[in-house]
Design a protein around this ligand. Structure first.
Ligand code: PHE
Length: 465
């Protein structure tokens, strides 16, 4: 096997891991959840969860990776032989996510081109998006995005992933801050004559809204926040285990965890500042939706109403979205490549080429899931979906809570938290939140993950009738 390569130091590692964490979830899901769940109420709950459960899950994955020096499958096996199965299940998550993440990347590329070529009026029509994805030609955009990802992973950890992340992340942060400030300066007259400003929109986002708040609703919001947190930090899918295995032993892991949390949560928060005020000013809050609808239908409408400024902002927005998607997509492919290299004792270049071919085909199939391979399936949460939604549901809603549940039992009760704490304190580093870590991983994580898992099976939905 090749000599293990890795990140050159803390900065490269933190940017790469934050690059994985900051993805389309920060842009199209976080702002929507906040707007839907009482603004500041959601923000507060999310913040508390990031600092507790999020911190624990991220710390666990990274420490497992660095301590074992392996990717998911062998990392779990090297802890306890019998737990290899957990490594295999963990490995399946990126295997599934990889089939559709480049598809979304391709959609973003299409909108970059529309804004770049001044076709704002086309971009802002309601049916442009559905026409685009249901045209078989859209597959080329997704294949392009997949190839780009493969090309970077082919370059290796240091020369590919680290180098690209060190460029992309600072530029992305700069763009997010820039657009967020611009959003606050907006002003327009609503159809009912009312003047709405960006600052009013900001207040809607920040102000805790307790109307209709019951214990049940509070719990529901917490569960929403929790599942967003998983997805957003890229934990419980082996990605952070792989990235952890590339971290030098002298890097302060505890500090790195804080930096990754701050970047991921910071970008999610700023995405809200960037998106909620303009949507509020130009469309009213009814314009807030989650997922592709927000990014590819509502926002282009908003940009179209901003005139020339909107064309520029729209272009910048989609470039930053592509950046966010690219660094995430890279991390998904990387974790698959890394496991593959370990299983087959293969070289990176060969592994990347083989897996790229497999995933170009998979990306093609999923992208065509809105045309040639159209299906409509009922999911346990009561929605219907196409191929992409099925993959997303299995990997994110269903498998991730299950993995976290088992992994917190393994670390909390079998290996014991000290196993992780030792790694965090390696070389005399300070791990100041270690008591909190031990309590949460032992008692809190298993319970909350179990509830989330039950929710994903649709039990609650069935109970409600
Ligand atoms: N964390 C990314 C986001 O917030 C999503 C992601 C999922 C990235 C899975 C990698 C793997 O969008």
């Amino acid at each position: 096997m090749e000599k293990k390569t890795g990140f050159t130091g803390q900065l490269g590692f933190v940017f790469a891991a934050a690059g994985s964490a900051v993805g389309v979830g920060n842009l199209w899901r976080f702002p929507y959840l906040a707007a839907k769940n009482g603004g500041g109420v959601f923000l507060l709950i999310y913040l508390v969860l990031v600092l507790t459960v999020g911190f624990v899950l991220l710390t666990t994955d990274l420490a497992i990776g660095r301590k074992t020096g392996k990717s998911a499958i062998y990392a779990y096996e090297s802890m306890r032989k019998k737990w290899k199965f957990l490594g295999i299940i963990t490995f399946i998550v990126p295997v599934l996510i990889m089939t559709y993440y480049a598809v979304i990347g391709g959609w973003i590329v299409n909108y970059i081109i529309l804004f770049l070529t001044g076709k704002v009026d086309i971009a802002s029509q309601s049916d442009t998006f559905s026409n685009f994805i249901s045209s078989p030609n859209s597959v080329w955009f997704s294949l392009f995005f997949m190839l780009l990802t493969s090309f970077i992973v082919y370059g290796g950890v240091e020369k590919g992933i680290e180098r690209v992340s060190k460029f992309i992340m600072p530029v992305l942060l700069f763009m997010v801050v820039g657009i967020a400030i611009y959003s606050l300066t907006l002003k327009a007259t609503a159809p009912n004559g009312e003047i709405r400003t960006g600052i009013d929109g900001l207040m809607v986002y920040l102000k805790p809204d307790f109307t209709g708040m019951t214990v049940g609703r509070f719990l529901q919001i917490s569960l929403d926040a929790m599942s967003q947190l998983f997805f957003s930090l890229s934990v419980s899918m082996g990605i952070m285990i792989t990235y952890g295995s590339y971290v030098r032993k002298d890097v302060d892991l505890s500090k790195s965890v804080s930096m990754i949390e701050i970047m991921d949560t910071g970008v999610a928060f700023l995405a809200g500042v960037m998106i909620i005020p303009p949507v509020f000013v130009f469309l009213g809050l009814e314009g807030m939706s989650a997922g592709p609808g927000l990014m590819f239908i509502s926002l282009p409408k908003v940009f179209a109403q901003m005139g020339l400024g909107g064309r520029i902002i729209g272009f910048v927005f989609f470039v930053l979205a592509a950046f966010a998607a690219l660094t995430s997509c890279i991390s998904v492919l990387e974790s698959i490549v890394a496991n593959y290299m370990e299983i087959l004792n293969a070289q990176r270049k060969r592994a990347t080429v083989v897996l790229s071919i497999v995933y170009l085909i998979a990306t093609g199939v999923i992208a065509l899931g809105y045309s040639t391979f159209y299906v409509e399936v009922n999911l346990p949460n009561g929605t219907t979906g196409q191929l992409l939604d099925i993959m997303d549901y299995i990997s994110n809603s269903f498998m991730m809570p299950f993995i976290s549940l088992l992994s917190s039992i393994l670390i909390g009760w079998i290996m014991t938290p000290q196993w992780v704490i030792d790694e965090m304190e390696r070389g005399g580093k300070k791990f100041s939140r270690k008591r909190l870590y031990a309590v949460i991983i032992k008692y809190f994580c298993p319970v909350i993950m179990f509830i989330l898992f039950l929710q994903s099976t649709g039990v609650f939905y069935l109970l409600k009738g």
